[in-house]
Ligand binder design. Structure first.
Ligand code: HOZ
Length: 404
């Protein structure tokens, strides 16, 4: 496979952009390669600048649920762009978007649009702190909630693939307010809550983890957290940046039948445009300015192009729920076929899959938390990843990573 142009672009990019990329997970560093530079995409296929074609298993991390350059979305953006690309003032479209999201997901009385999943999670914990008057939060090892300071403690995603234990720039004060527990370990969380009585403002979780490979919550784990939050006036936050509108129209809350107090969304609600949102119960969300004093703002929040793109995609998903049956069937088929291949070659793997969320961990053991994920055969994953690329198959260092 000829990737000469990508390689030249990478050399040029490194002279102007840190590491040549605008997000570290794109660097291919952890899998021992150099990034591909893409030119365009359509449906399930990506085309790099050298003209190579790939099946896309990244899907821009979720929003390309209907495939790339989905016509209703691209058309709506083109038409709307004629009006303006930004008002910095309210539009009716923002109300329609809020109404649409509320009609699709449970437990959202009020919702605020932001520009990314990072912003959504950062704002959600600020609201939880303002609402409860408490400072500490509990997050889970290997979960990633964006790059706000509070979350860069035992985080997944690029923080894990680059093996950054302590992120320089995150103060000790911030880090000590973030407590961590292993995913699927309710006992540790109960202990943390007990040891920090009346100090925990929020528990934030990826209800199905996707930033350390795919990790599925074990039976009773989320239910146990819900009960703990009720007993101790802790705000239970579901980070549905990956799971929202993907596992079901109502996300993980609907699929797993668990109620969250606050929910955060990211890229999928913008159909690939830069968007995020946080929402939830009225009494909590009314702490947000200008109703309450928890300040949160943004000129581009509710941006018209992002709103029309997201509104068009979500409307399509709402009106065509059979999409989820097809999507889930494809996830299952992918798991079965991958399992067959590895079985024929006698390579032990653990393939966690729920709906369209899937990852391959090269281990003969179950993978239920970050430690399990970290103790897989990473060298073998890297080989798998690099071998797949010339076969017109692009997965991602994290999506199908041994461990993360
Ligand atoms: N782990 C991120 C998605 N949840 C990857 C996106 C990025 O950081 O560029």
């Amino acid at each position: 496979m000829n990737t000469t142009i990508s390689q030249q672009l990478f050399i040029r990019a490194q002279q102007h952009i840190p590491g040549g990329v605008n997000s570290p997970v794109r660097a291919f560093k952890s899998v021992g390669g150099t990034p591909l530079f893409f030119s365009h995409a359509k449906g399930a296929y990506l085309f790099d600048t050298d003209g190579n074609k790939y099946i896309d298993y990244i899907n821009s991390w979720g929003p390309m649920i209907m495939g790339h350059a989905f016509e209703p979305v691209t058309k709506a953006i083109q038409e709307y762009a004629e009006r303006s690309t930004s008002f910095g003032a309210p539009t009716e479209l923002e109300i329609k978007m809020a109404e649409l999201i509320k009609s699709m997901v449970p437990n959202v009385d009020l919702i605020r649009m932001v520009n990314s999943g990072t912003e959504a999670c950062m704002s959600a914990i600020r609201v939880a702190r303002g609402y409860t008057g408490k400072n500490k939060i509990i997050k889970f090892e290997g979960c990633y909630h964006g790059h706000a300071d509070s979350f860069l403690v035992k985080a997944g995603s690029g923080v894990a693939t680059f093996d950054i234990q302590n992120v320089p720039g995150v103060t000790t004060g911030v880090a000590t307010d973030t407590l961590t527990a292993p995913y699927n370990n309710l006992t540790t969380v109960e202990k943390l809550v007990e040891e920090n009585k009346n100090e925990i403002a929020a528990i934030i979780i990826e209800p199905v983890a996707g930033n350390m490979g795919c990790i599925i919550p074990q039976h009773g784990f989320l239910e146990g957290l819900r009960k703990l939050c009720d007993e101790h006036k802790i705000v239970f936050i579901f980070d549905e940046v990956m799971t929202g509108f993907r596992l079901a129209t109502g996300g993980a809350q609907q699929l797993l039948n668990i109620n969250a107090d606050l929910v955060t969304y990211g890229k999928v609600i913008g159909a690939g445009m830069p968007v995020g949102a946080f929402g939830g119960k009225k009494e909590i969300m009314e702490c947000v300015a200008p109703v309450g004093k928890v300040y949160q703002a943004g000129t581009l929040s509710g941006n018209p192009l992002a709103m029309i793109a997201g509104f068009t995609l979500l409307t399509h998903l709402k009106n065509n729920t059979s999409i989820y049956d097809k999507l889930n069937a494809k996830g299952k088929l992918l798991k079965e076929e991958l399992a067959k291949i590895f079985d024929q070659k006698n390579i032990p793997v653990c393939i966690n899959q729920l709906g369209s969320m899937i990852s391959v961990h090269f281990t003969g053991k179950a993978v239920n938390n970050f430690d399990d994920a970290m103790n897989c055969d990473n060298a073998l994953f890297n080989k798998f990843f690099i071998t797949c690329l010339p076969k017109e198959f692009t997965c991602h260092p994290q999506l199908l990573k041994v461990g993360f």
